[in-house]
Ligand binder design. Structure first.
Ligand code: C2E
Ligand code: MG
Ligand code: MG
Ligand code: MG
Length: 292
């Protein structure tokens, strides 16, 4: 019997689990110093306004440039940062950096482009959020209406009594609010109507098979109808094909974000992307005007 128990124990520490917890340990130990060692970087994914083709903004997406592991995705370390509370200082850094980089492009002569920053539940519950946003705005000189904060349904649903005043305060400060991954949480239409948000982002999971899967088609259509009824901007995430974009155009979606338009770009590549994209747009317009 004891032997059986022993075996059971051994099975718990299978190589897979051991490797996972080892990786976790490496990441967790390293993450504590990542900010001080300046190892975090932001990539920016451009969004496109469907009607005009213009760039409607950029979403800042954090990456960890790890000395041994290379570029680590936020899917791997944000949950860890969330658990340990490190997401609060990391999120503060993301806010300040995104505002500063957006302002730097503007100073170089690029048209003002709104920048979106993802907030985590932990940051949202932490009392310093308003002060952090204030510091990011005044430190960079960025106009508040060029900063968009992405929250998720669960952040709001779980504690409406405390989050609603915070959202209202943010909105009064002039920043924009978007609900990210919309459709995956449990918010009701009545709740969305109460929230001072500007934008809903349709989660990528509904866009992937939006043409082939009738349920996804129905969900996307319902979100687009809701957005229309409440006068919200609707952004589709994870758009990878022309067919998805034309479906979205036909159904009144305002903006797309996804690999079809661009992958997230390192900060130093953004200016080049914007310049060559705007140039090709101008050429297309000129070409059409000349009847050629
Ligand atoms: P998200 O906010 O929903 O960001 C969109 C994710 O979808 C990004 O993944 C982006 O690279 C990916 N994506 C964009 N277009 C496509 C596409 O066409 N196809 C596919 N397959 N994927 C696409 P990423 O950068 O790995 O970020 C993952 C998540 O990590 C984000 O999801 C967000 O929830 C979180 N995250 C990223 N940066 C931050 C941050 O600064 N703070 C916090 N709290 N969370 C962050
Ligand atoms: Mg997001
Ligand atoms: Mg999203
Ligand atoms: Mg998503």
């Amino acid at each position: 019997l004891a032997k059986d128990e022993g075996r059971g124990c051994v099975r718990l520490f299978s190589p897979v689990i051991e490797r996972r917890s080892f990786e976790r340990l490496v990441l967790e130990t390293g993450l504590r110093g990542a900010l001080e060692r300046d190892e975090l970087v932001l990539h920016y994914q451009p969004k496109r306004r469907i009607a005009t083709g213009e760039i409607s903004g950029l979403e800042a997406l954090v990456r960890w440039s790890h000395p041994a592991l290379g570029l680590v995705s936020p899917a791997r370390f944000v949950p860890l940062a969330e658990e340990t509370g490190l997401i609060v200082p990391i999120g503060r850094w993301v806010l300040a950096t995104a505002c500063a980089e957006a302002m730097a492009w503007q100073r170089r002569g690029f048209p003002p482009m709104p920048v979106a920053v993802n907030l985590s539940p932990r940051q949202f519950a932490d009392g310093s959020l308003l002060a952090d946003i204030e510091a990011a705005l005044s430190g960079s000189g960025l106009a508040p209406e060029l900063l968009e904060l992405e929250i998720t349904e669960s952040m709001v649903v779980e504690n409406l009594a405390s989050t609603l005043p915070l959202l209202t305060a943010l909105r009064e400060r002039g920043v924009r609010l978007a609900i990210d991954d919309f459709g995956t949480g449990y918010s009701s239409m009545a709740l969305v109507r109460q929230l001072p948000v500007d934008t809903l982002k349709i989660d990528r999971s509904f866009i992937r098979d939006v043409l082939a899967n009738p349920e996804d088609t129905a969900i996307a259509e319902a979100i687009l109808a809701l957005g229309k009824a409440l006068d919200l901007t609707i952004v589709a995430e994870g758009v990878e094909t022309e067919a998805q974009e034309s479906f979205l155009r036909d159904h009144g979606c305002h903006e797309i974000q996804g690999f079809l338009f661009s992958r997230p770009l390192p900060a130093e590549d953004v200016a080049g992307f914007v310049r060559s994209y705007e140039l090709s747009r101008l050429k297309a317009v000129a070409g059409a005007g000349a009847g050629g």
